[in-house]
Design a protein around this ligand. Structure first.
Ligand code: GLA
Length: 727
């Protein structure tokens, strides 16, 4: 109702009555930071400040426009429109119903809603002066965690559809002498490779056009340090990501005034979107945090926010598991699985996860060429169905979970033969495959229903099903949807919306079942999806040395509880090294237990017991990085519980240069200086003696100022220390 009035009333009446020369200032504050919006004399909404908050909020109104060569009045725009005065990268670009392409958004009104003690929602309404287009900008501030989520809602009352050509979620402006971008690139088994460079004038774009498995080459996470690259404990840094599981685009534009404009949202590549009158187009949230004390604080902000507000069951428990992917691949039968259930029990982990290969009959899933889409048990491998494996798991006293890839189809499948129109492919072109498969058309509600039923039917087969690994191994080639007819440019956006619709439906019916977000490794890791998933699979690369680096970089953005870290046979390191690395997340195993030597088996069992005693510190505590494998020969990561009573420290030698390990003390972090602590080495291999036995007592002050030498050397290439308060 309110919105309708807004169109009918003359613009001036809606403007807030501002006292003469006083600029309207809208600060969005968190515990330590502020984004400050201002309304100029021409009613442009600009973002006047981004950084540490002021002690006295009244002073924000004194922020003056800097002397500028801005010809447009829009360089600092909080949401840059295009086709009118603008000369830089726009946040929004529209073709109106009459074909005109101009937009000029002016401030109308704003309000601040207090959603809880800790969360405020500031919304600012902007409106075009000529066309009936309204954009509302939303800033959701999580005060304690110093995190802001920002998005926009676009709506119009034109006579006919308008076309959204660009529709960013956020348009931020940073001001500094220099800007250092840390971005990530990769491919299968090479996730999260960082690059850090100083931004130069022009636009640096981070993006994806892959549709599904959208992060295969690049995720949307990035950080920008101001002045110089931030270190763990020093420097100003913004960390950010788009909460979207499809194509994204972030433009970082160093403008003629040397300010950095960050414009992020759904990638508009091949995605012009038709919008009917009086319908909201809501963009996904762009989430960011800012720290003036280095990357450590920024990452802990995101961890806390994710666990408190975003991640599915962020404060809950997780299940340790034994997975059969690398130990059997597609080659298993009921008897073999029964053996693995016994191994699960013997190892002491919570759950057995049955991976790919359990389904399809006409085109059996014996390798990755066939069967995807035909989600009934393969009668040869599982003559008595999943129910029988689930019953056996019950008898053994372990839980049972299963792998699915429900968005996909192999051309060799009954599903493909029956419903070729459910498949994303060009009608007049040759099919082109990624891992021998194609993507189902989730823009189509009938297909959404099918995907929902894949999950639903698992619970009919096994009502106690305790875990789902949801994979997504292919990108979208030949983007075309039979369902979308002439609206083909909506495929990339509507696909993701369709996926979220299915996930919402699943979560409504099965709110508690833990689900792993997998995409041939880390091809789909984002906070849009993690609202529905409890954890993600960072990479198929489980070589522990590689994982130290991969997990390190993910850990800037995602807390350890989200990261599935499994022990496999990748890499040349000892079992101890592999297990120690896998303990820095949510522990699992994917090895043949029967082939372990008696000592290795004993070590693994003891490690599971140790893990159970420290897992809540790792999952729910604060993470500190003590020694960076990118620059140091040793990687060292520490987790401290929230009351600073217990901590666990992981040290790994990552260099095999001669005598590489430093003979120096490691300064611990995050402890209470006034508390007394003991240190005990855990995960000691059978027959070896740990160097820390808990006898010495140290103050937190001592451990953080003088430190301790974990005594890393090639014979002790990984060391895990448990630190406990003593009274
Ligand atoms: C992907 C996953 C693996 C495994 C296989 C099964 O590659 O990342 O963990 O589940 O699929 O085909």
């Amino acid at each position: 109702m309110k919105k309708r009035i807004l169109f009918l009333m003359p613009f001036v009446l809606l403007s807030v009555n501002r006292s003469l020369a006083q600029k309207l200032t809208i600060p969005i504050e968190t515990a330590h930071n502020a984004v400050v919006l201002q309304v100029t004399a021409k009613n442009d909404l600009v973002q006047a400040y981004f950084g540490e908050r002021l002690n006295t909020p009244d002073e924000y109104s004194q922020i003056k426009e800097v002397r500028t060569s801005d010809y447009t009045g829009l360089y600092q725009s909080a949401y840059t429109p295009s086709g009118s005065r603008n000369l830089l990268e726009p946040a929004i670009s529209i073709q109106h119903a009459d074909g005109n392409q101009s937009l000029d958004l002016r401030y109308v009104s704003h309000k601040v809603d207090k959603l809880s003690e800790d969360v405020t929602l500031t919304s600012v309404v902007l409106k075009d002066l000529v066309y009936k287009v309204v954009v509302t900008l939303y800033y959701k501030a999580y005060i304690k965690d110093d995190v802001v989520e920002q998005w926009s809602v676009i709506r119009h009352q034109e006579k006919g559809e308008i076309t959204l050509q660009k529709f960013a979620s956020a348009n931020l402006n940073l001001s500094s002498k220099a800007y250092w971008l840390r971005q990530y690139h990769g491919d299968w088994a090479k996730e999260m490779r960082p690059e850090e460079t100083q931004l130069t004038h022009g636009i640096k774009t981070l993006d994806s056009k892959l549709g599904t498995r959208a992060n295969l080459f690049m995720p949307s996470m990035f950080m920008v340090s101001l002045n110089k690259p931030a270190t763990e404990d020093e420097g100003k840094v913004m960390m950010a990501a788009l909460e979207w599981s499809g194509n994204f685009r972030t433009d970082l534009e160093l403008d003629p005034d040397d300010n950095l404009r960050v414009i992020s949202g759904i990638n508009n590549y091949a995605s012009a979107y038709k919008l009917k009158p009086n319908v909201d187009f809501t963009t996904p949230a762009f989430v960011y945090t800012f720290s003036s004390k280095g990357k450590g604080v920024a990452s802990r902000n995101l961890h806390n926010w994710a666990r408190n507000y975003k991640l599915m069951n962020g404060k809950g428990d997780r299940l340790t598991l034994l997975n059969n992917w690398e130990s059997t691949y597609f080659d298993f039968n009921e008897q073999k699985l029964f053996g693995l259930l016994k191994d699960t029990k013997a190892l002491g982990v919570d759950l057995f996860l049955l991976d790919d290969g359990w389904f399809a009959n006409k085109f059996p899933r014996n390798d990755d060429h066939a069967g995807l889409g035909d989600w009934e048990e393969n009668r040869k491998k599982l003559p008595n169905g999943i129910a029988s494996v689930a019953r056996e798991a019950d008898k053994e006293g372990v839980k049972f979970g299963i792998w699915i890839e429900p968005e996909m189809v192999n051309p060799k499948s009954a599903l493909y033969s029956k419903h070729p129109d459910w498949v994303i492919k060009q009608p007049k072109r040759d099919e082109y495959y990624f891992r021998n498969q194609l993507v189902l058309d989730l823009t189509n509600p009938t297909v959404q229903d099918f995907v929902f039923k894949v999950v639903d039917s698992l619970f009919i087969k096994d009502p106690k099903l305790a875990y789902i690994k949801w994979d997504c191994n292919a990108v979208i080639y030949n983007a075309y949807s039979v369902h979308l007819k002439i609206q083909q440019s909506q495929l990339y956006v509507d696909y993701v919306r369709g996926l979220y619709t299915v996930l919402q439906r699943i979560r409504k019916k099965y709110p508690d079942v833990p689900m792993m977000l997998c995409s041939g490794g880390g091809g789909r890791v984002d906070y849009g999806a993690l609202q529905y998933f409890t954890e993600f699979w960072p990479s198929d690369n489980t070589d522990p040395l590689e994982r130290i680096y991969i997990q390190w970089e993910y850990s800037y953005f995602y807390p350890a509880i989200t990261s599935s870290t499994h022990v496999t046979d990748w890499g040349k390191q000892s079992l101890k090294y592999r297990v120690d690395v896998a303990m820095m997340g949510k522990l699992g195993f994917d090895i043949v237990i029967a082939k372990l030597s008696p000592q290795d088996l004993q070590f693994a069992k003891d490690a599971v017991v140790n893990y159970n005693s420290v897992k809540s510190i790792i999952w729910h505590g604060d993470q500190y990085r003590l020694s960076d494998p990118q620059t140091d020969p040793v990687a060292c990561v520490m987790y401290v519980d929230t009351i600073k009573a217990s901590a666990v420290v992981f040290d790994y030698l990552v260099s095999n240069r001669y005598d590489a390990a430093p003979r120096s003390r490691m300064l611990l972090k995050g402890l209470d200086p006034a508390k007394k602590y003991t240190i005990r080495e855990i995960n000691v291999y059978p027959g070896k003696t740990g160097r820390f036995n808990g006898e010495s007592i140290y103050s937190g002050d001592f451990l953080m100022k003088v430190g301790i030498d974990p005594e890393i050397d090639p014979s002790r290439s990984s060391v895990v220390l448990k630190i406990d308060e003593t009274k």
